[in-house]
Design a binder for this molecule. Sequence first.
Ligand code: PLP
Length: 394
Amino acid sequence: MTGFNTKLIHGQNVNDNQTGAVNVPVYNSSTYAYPDVNGKVRWDYARSGNPTREYLEKQIALLEHGANGFAFASGMAAIHAAFAIFKNGDHVLIGDQIYGGTYRLINDYFKTRGLSFTAVNTQDLEAVEAAIQPNTKAIYFEPITNPLLEVTSVKAIAQIAKRHNILTIVDNTFLTPYLQQPLDIGADIVVHSATKYLGGHSDVIAGLVVTKTEELGKQIYFIQNALGGVLSPENANLVRRGIQTLSVRMDRQQENAAKLIEFLSSREEVAKIYYPGIEGSKDHVVAAAECDGFGGVFSFELRDDVNAATFINSLQLIRLAVSLGAVESLAELPYEMSHAELPPEERLAAGITPQLIRISVGIEDADDLINDLEQALTTAIRSNKVHILKQNFG
Ligand SMILES: Cc1ncc(COP(=O)(O)O)c(C=O)c1O
């Protein structure tokens, strides 16, 4: 069995107790009986291991080509576990555009507990190399950043890391193993917010870690079991099921993204579109070289005279919400929503303007999504004209 789609569906053999269940059952038992006091058992206590969770852990390890997989109660718990393998005095490089929750974990938690960090632009390989210190143990980054979709070469970063004997840790939430397998191109650890594309239905919060080696796997397992932020069997089952349809969902999301981008490119209200799939765009070459697709998230900037809040409030089908990667299309205003915690000058310096809209494209009919964008653009323009008329005559 070699094909990715076949692995999504039949990744692991289910050999269930006498029922012939085609899917691994949801094992809710927190504890497991021993045959006798000296008996060796595969399962004893569900924090340490649970058959439903283990199915998912093996499934993601198989898809990411790793030695071991681990399922956590959220993406943040997974990312915490990846950083928790470091010790007092260690230094870690981090991408300067990482998810805000990860930045908060680093800045407000790990920094106060003996780890030090330097944020670098991971597209600038010289800056990355220059930031490495004698106590640097790892570089952590997102190959596609949010919300401007800037692409970093995993291969190039991993080559630098290997030269300096440090680990490469990649947050693969946006691409998923369907579009990129970072462990194959030099990374050592992959983390996921499985809440997004892997779960795929906005109905579960979950996180995953995959290690390239069993040695790293042992370190993550220790943290998973010792800290205990494990994924519940019910939620492991939801992610398992979501993963089975990952490729069909992402194919449609990418097709829809291309159609929406084509529509928005033809509209004069749109000043700029950010998506590495656009030929000739800044990061297209590196993305095309390392990824099998460009994902289902894109951003665009409205012209300054188009009211972004009116536009986004006027959307009817596309829901106004943070998060991404699910079957339904979502829109948000990063300046006011996902990135509002950053001071305004930092938001602007990072290119996150009040006119920037982020869309996570779902699997609806593209024509319906386009009609929704069109009517919201028309409403935003009309309300702006009314505003100008009021200013002039009112
Ligand atoms: C790239 C990325 N990594 C990690 C996370 C955190 O995941 P979770 O919300 O599942 O804890 C998010 C959440 O938005 C994310 O976008």
